[in-house]
Design a protein around this ligand. Structure first.
Ligand SMILES: [Zn+2]
Length: 266
C-alpha cells in the first residue's frame, strides 16, 4: 500500500488565532478544498518568525502543511492578500471579523461547503474595495442558504402561499417569512417593513456587486441586521443542541442506540 503523503497544500483565510505555550499559536483556517481546519505554527510569536505576517487573522494565504499526530503544522505560508484597507478601517475590520466568526460557527472541521470560500473572499474583496459594511446582510442571507438554512422569502415558510410585497413576519423558527394567516403558529420573530422584505429577496438572488451598489440606508440596515441576528442565533442554537445530543450519544456505554426520527433516543 502506498504511504499517504505527509504534507498538503491549501489556500485559505485565517479565521482566528489562539496562543499556546511560549511562542506557538493555533490558527483556524477556512480553505477552498479542506474547509475549516486547525494547524499550529511553531515559534510564530517570535519576532524573527518568517511566517508571522502571513498568518494574521483575515489574511488570505497559501500554506504548505505537515500532517501531525494530533495537530497539523504550518511548514510554509505565503500571503495572497493582506486586506490592508479593511484592517485600517474600524467598521470594515469589525464587519470582516464578524463574517469570519460566522464562517467559523457555521462550519464543521474538514467539511468544505460549496461556494462558501468564494463568498468569504467576495465579502473581503468588497470591503477592501470600499463597499459599505451593509454588505454583511448579503453575507448573512447567502451563508444561511449555503449552510442548508435557506430562508423562505417568496412563499410563506409554513403554508407555502405566495407572499405579496407588504409588511411580513420573519420567523426564525419557521425559517423565513410567514403570511398573516400563519402568524399565530409562528413562534416569535419580527415584522419587517416592505422595503426590508424586498432587500432580503434581493440579497438572496442578486450578485454581491449588485447588492453592494444598493448602499442601504442605516435604518433599513439596522432593521435587517436585528431580524437576521435572531435567525442566526436560532439556527446556531439549534445546531449546538444537535451537536450536544450527538456528544451525549457518543458518551453512552455499549452499542449506540439509533435516534428516533424526532431526535429522541429510545
Ligand atoms: Zn402561511
Amino acid at each position: 500500500m502506498a504511504e499517504r503523503p505527509r504534507t498538503y497544500t491549501a489556500e485559505g483565510v485565517i479565521l482566528r488565532r489562539r496562543n499556546i505555550g511560549e511562542a506557538d499559536s493555533i490558527f483556524t483556517v477556512y480553505s477552498d478544498r479542506e474547509g475549516k481546519f486547525d494547524a499550529v505554527a511553531r515559534g510564530v510569536r517570535k519576532t524573527r518568525s518568517k511566517m508571522r505576517g502571513h498568518l494574521e487573522p483575515l489574511t488570505r494565504s497559501r500554506f504548505l502543511i505537515a500532517k501531525g499526530r494530533s495537530l497539523d503544522v504550518f511548514a510554509q505560508a505565503e500571503t495572497v492578500h493582506h486586506y490592508r484597507a479593511v484592517r485600517e478601517d474600524l467598521d470594515r475590520a469589525a464587519t470582516a471579523v464578524y463574517c469570519a466568526e460566522l464562517v467559523d460557527r457555521f462550519t464543521a472541521e474538514r467539511a468544505p461547503q460549496e461556494g462558501l470560500y468564494s463568498l468569504l473572499l467576495g465579502i473581503l474583496d468588497a470591503l477592501e474595495d470600499g463597499c459599505g459594511i451593509t454588505v454583511a446582510r448579503y453575507f448573512e442571507v447567502q451563508l444561511l442558504a449555503l449552510s442548508g438554512y435557506d430562508l423562505a422569502l417568496d412563499a410563506c415558510a409554513l403554508c407555502t402561499t405566495p407572499l405579496a410585497a407588504e409588511d411580513t413576519l420573519l420567523s426564525p423558527s419557521a425559517g423565513g417569512l410567514v403570511c398573516r394567516l400563519c402568524r399565530p403558529q409562528a413562534e416569535g420573530g419580527r415584522i419587517l417593513g416592505v422595503r426590508a422584505v424586498k432587500v432580503l429577496r434581493y440579497a438572496r438572488r442578486a450578485t454581491l456587486d449588485a447588492f453592494a451598489a444598493l448602499n442601504l440606508d442605516p435604518d433599513l440596515d439596522a432593521e435587517l441586521r436585528t431580524a437576521l441576528a435572531l435567525v442566526i442565533r436560532h439556527t446556531l442554537e439549534r445546531d449546538l443542541a444537535a451537536t450536544r445530543f450527538l456528544e451525549d450519544v457518543r458518551r453512552l456505554p455499549g452499542p449506540h442506540p439509533a435516534p428516533s426520527p424526532d431526535g429522541r433516543v429510545e
